[in-house]
Design a protein around this ligand. Sequence first.
Ligand SMILES: Nc1ncnc2c1ncn2[C@@H]1O[C@H](COP(=O)(O)OP(=O)(O)O)[C@@H](O)[C@H]1O
Ligand SMILES: [Mg+2]
Length: 257
Amino acid sequence: MTKIVSVHSFRGGTGKSNVTANVSAQFAQMGKRVGVIDTDIQSPGIHVLFGMDEENIDKALNDYLWGRCAIEETAYDVGTKLGEGEVLVMGGGIYLIPSSIRAGEIARVLREGYDVGLLNDGFRALIDKLHLDYLFIDTHPGLNEETLLSVAISDVLIIILRPDQQDFQGTAVTVDVSRKLEVPNLYLVVNKALTSYDFEALKKRIVDTYDAPVAAILPLSEDVARMQSADLFSLRYPDHPFSEGIRNIVAAIEAAS
Ligand SMILES: Nc1ncnc2c1ncn2[C@@H]1O[C@H](COP(=O)(O)OP(=O)(O)O)[C@@H](O)[C@H]1O
Ligand SMILES: [Mg+2]
């Protein structure tokens, strides 16, 4: 059975794309077949983590949504990643469905919207055509129609928050809505926690506040920031505390029923 995993946050800049890319790469490294879809059509970006430039994106999710092609034609094999004199090979196979970074394409989505139902059909077609073990959905922040759809069809929902009062409030709303949509497995991930914090105490506070499990607390890290989303941190630096946290999220997803 394929697991659909949505990664969401109430606010932007929380680390959705970095977490999604790293967790999905870990699964590919374990020999799984993985799809990663960027449904953050208004502010796409996860393609950067997989080393894809705008010039390499011939067809994007937008083309599928406008009826220009089948969704599988927008899937790119990103299983090999070049680094400084190093090549990473992500075992089982990993396919990225990017959103277009072209201003005209983004403007069209904002102006005209799109048929959200097509996303659902697209997810199913990808799972089927690419024989996926996991489909990761990197969502747009906040609650909107496409987010609700992704959440509603997910087997696992990861909600990322920073230790910030604005995130705390917004996350409460998101958790509430997800419960109403009866997501089978909901995990919280705290990102950008100051290393001076007591992580265990923070975890307990989050669990008590939301009555939901915390899959990981990821440290605010200069090393991660320095990478500027240009690479897959957890594959390059597996021993780093951030990478350890990524593996905890992997374990939580594996354990989800
Ligand atoms: N734990 C972390 N420590 C430091 N910087 C981080 C961390 N996680 C993410 N970032 C940085 O935060 C920014 C936003 O991350 P991103 O994954 O694009 O968030 P989102 O997809 O939620 O908008 C990026 O510059 C990224 O490098
Ligand atoms: Mg993002």
